[in-house]
Design a protein around this ligand. Structure first.
Ligand SMILES: *Cc1c(COP(=O)(O)O)cnc(C)c1O
Length: 495
C-alpha cells in the first residue's frame, strides 16, 4: 500500500515520502503527515526474533513506500552500525520497577542519534531518486542534542552542508563542547544570543523566505531540515517502540498482546508522537505519558485544552526540554481535528498571533490516550539520587523528569501496568547536574573530573563520545544576535 504525505496546513496535495524528506517543511508552513498510518500487520513473536536493523526495515518500509528495498536496507545498514556501542542499538534496563529504554548508545550519546544517524542517508537517497542536483543545506535549530547528532550524521556527507544554531546560554557545557569541536569541512556551528524558541523561529522564517530560497537556487543549493519537523526524523523513531515491545515479549517480561504504558520526557513532542504512531500501527500501548520540566506548557495543554506559550521561558537542568513551542504537537492537533487542515491552520495562526489556542471539546475527548504531568528541578534531582541509592542506576536529568512524572502517574492513576520509559540521554552528557543531584560536594570538581567520578560510582566506562572531546580544539566560535541569523547563513553559503 502506497503511503503519501500531505501538509497539516495544505489543501489535498500529496507528495511522496522521499519528497517530504527532501523538503523538510511544507511551503505553506505546515508539517508533512502520512495520509494514513500504516498497520504493522505482523505478529510480535516474529518481530521478537529480529535484529534492530530488521525491525527498522519492517517499520520504515511501511511508511517510506517509494524507497526500494535495497535503498532502505542500505540506509539502515549505514546508520545502525559500530557507531552504536551495543549490538542491541536500543537496550532495555530494568531498574526501580520500570523498563528503561536506553536510546543513548549512538555517536553523540542522546536519543537524537536514533534518527539522525539515518536521516543523512535517507536524504541523499531521496535527492538521487528525485534527480536533485542542488547541494542540500541542512538548517537546524537545536536545544543541545539535535545539533551535535545532526552534525555527526552529516559531517563530510557529499552534496550536503549543515548549519546549526544553538542558544548560547541554553545548553550544558558538555553539549556545547561537543558542538564547537565538530570536524568536517561542511559543518557550521553558530551560537545565538537567545533561547531555543528564538533559534527555532529564526530557522522556520528562513525556510519560508521565498527571496532567500531563490538566492539559494541561484547558488545551486536548497534547504532541508534535520529537526523533528522532518518526517525522516519521525519514522525512524517509531522503530524503537516496536523493537522495545518485541524485546519485552522476547525476554518473557510481557505476554504477546499485553498492553504497556510509555513515558517520554518531552520537548518538541517528536519522540512521544513517534510512540503515538507506534500505537496507531498496532503496538499494544495503553497510556502515553508526556513528561515536561518546569516549562510545562504541554502539561497545561493536556489538563485544560488550551495551549498557551505566553509565559516565562525557564532554563532548567534538562535543557533539551526547555521549549515553549512544541513543533510536533501540530501533527497531533491535525490528527485530532480528523485531518482537517483548515481547522488546524486556524489554531496555528492563533498560536503565532496570540501565542495560544484552545481545542474543541470533541478534540479533547480524543486526548484520552495521553496523560501529562511535570517535574520541578528539586524533584528531578531527588529522583536521580533515589534511583542511584536504591538501584545503583544513574539516569540523566531528562530521563529523571520522566521518572518523576511516572511516580506521579502511578500515584494519581493507581495503574501499575508494565511501563517503558524512554531514557533519552547518557548521564555523561549532563554530568554536572547529575553529580550535583547525587551529592552537592561534587560541585567543586571540573567537568572532566566529574566525568571520571561518574564512571567510578556508576561502574561504567566513560563513553567514547566524551573521550573524544576531552582535548579536542574549538573549531567554531561564531556568536550572533537574533536579527543576524539570515546574514550569517548568507555569509556561510557565500550568497
Ligand atoms: C530532544 C530531547 C528530548 C525531547 O525530545 P522531543 O522529541 O523534542 O520531545 C528529551 N531528552 C533529550 C535528552 C533530548 O535530547
Amino acid at each position: 500500500m502506497e503511503i503519501l504525505y500531505k501538509s497539516t496546513r495544505g489543501n489535498n496535495e500529496t507528495v511522496t515520502a522521499s519528497k517530504a524528506i527532501l523538503q523538510g517543511l511544507s511551503a505553506d508552513g505546515g508539517l508533512f503527515v502520512p495520509t494514513q498510518i500504516p498497520s504493522l500487520d505482523m505478529d510480535m513473536e516474529t518481530l521478537a526474533k529480529m535484529t534492530y536493523q530488521e525491525v527498522a526495515y519492517e517499520v520504515m518500509s511501511r511508511f517510506l513506500t517509494d524507497f526500494t528495498k535495497e535503498e532502505l536496507q542500505d540506509c539502515i545498514e549505514k546508520a545502525y552500525d559500530e557507531k552504536f556501542d551495543t549490538r542491541d542499538i536500543a537496550p532495555i534496563v530494568k531498574a526501580d520497577g520500570t523498563y528503561y529504554l536506553e536510546l543513548f548508545h549512538g555517536a553523540t550519546i542522546a536519543f537524537k542519534d536514533m534518527a539522525l544517524s539515518i536521516l543523512p542517508h535517507l536524504m541523499t537517497t531521496a535527492a538521487r531518486k528525485n534527480q536533485v542536483k542542488n547541494d542540500i543545506v541542512i538548517l537546524t535549530a537545536t536545544s543541545g542534542d539535535t545539533g551535535k547528532a545532526a552534525l555527526a550524521g552529516f559531517a563530510d556527507v557529499p552534496g550536503t552542508k549543515i548549519i546549526v544554531f544553538y542558544p548560547k546560554d541554553g545548553v550544558s557545557p558538555i553539549q556545547e563542547k561537543q558542538m564547537v569541536t565538530q570536524k568536517g569541512s561542511n559543518t557550521y556551528v553558530v551560537a545565538l544570543e537567545g533561547n531555543f524558541d528564538d533559534a527555532q523561529t529564526g530557522v522556520k522564517q528562513m525556510f519560508n523566505d521565498a527571496e532567500l530560497a531563490e538566492e539559494l537556487l541561484q547558488a545551486g543549493c536548497q534547504f532541508s531540515s534535520a529537526n523533528s519537523i522532518n518526517i525522516g526524523r519521525l519514522v525512524p523513531q517509531v522503530v524503537y517502540y516496536v523493537y522495545a515491545y518485541a524485546s519485552l515479549v522476547k525476554n518473557k517480561e510481557i505476554e504477546p498482546q499485553e498492553t504497556v504504558n510509555v513515558v517520554v520526557p518531552t520537548g518538541n513532542f517528536g519522540n512521544i508522537l513517534a510512540a503515538y504512531y507506534a500505537k496507531q500501527m498496532g503496538v499494544p500501548i495503553d497510556k502515553l505519558i508526556c513528561a515536561s520540566n518546569e516549562n510545562k506548557v504541554l502539561y497545561d495543554f493536556f489538563t485544560t485544552g488550551t495551549y498557551d506559550r505566553n509565559r516565562e521561558f525557564i532554563l532548567t537542568s534538562s535543557p533539551s526540554m526547555d521549549i515553549l513551542i512544541s513543533s510536533n504537537l501540530e501533527r497531533l492537533i491535525y490528527h485530532l481535528t480528523g485531518d482537517d487542515s483548515e481547522q488546524n491552520r486556524a489554531f496555528m495562526d492563533a498560536l503565532s498571533k496570540d501565542g495560544k489556542y484552545t481545542i474543541t471539546d470533541a478534540m479533547k475527548t480524543k486526548l484520552a490516550d495521553f496523560y501529562g504531568n511535570y517535574a520541578g528541578e528539586e524533584e528531578t534531582a531527588q529522583t536521580i539520587r533515589r534511583i542511584y541509592e536504591t538501584a545503583g542506576y544513574i539516569i540523566d536529568t531528562h530521563t529523571a523528569v520522566a521518572a518523576s512524572v511516572y511516580q506521579k502517574y502511578k500515584r494519581d492513576m493507581r495503574d501499575d501496568k508494565k511501563t517503558l520509559l524512554a531514557s533519552t540521554a547518557s548521564p555523561f552528557k549532563f554530568t554536572r547536574s547529575v553529580m550535583n543531584a547525587i551529592d552537592h560536594s561534587y560541585d567543586e570538581m571540573t567537568d572532566f573530573e566529574l566525568v571520571d567520578e561518574l564512571a567510578k560510582i556508576a561502574r561504567v566506562k566513560v563513553p567514547q563520545a566524551i573521550e573524544d572531546i576531552r582535548s579536542a580544539p574549538v573549531l567554531h566560535d561564531t556568536v550572533v544576535e537574533k536579527d543576524e541569523m539570515k546574514g550569517i547563513v548568507r555569509k556561510i553559503l557565500g550568497i
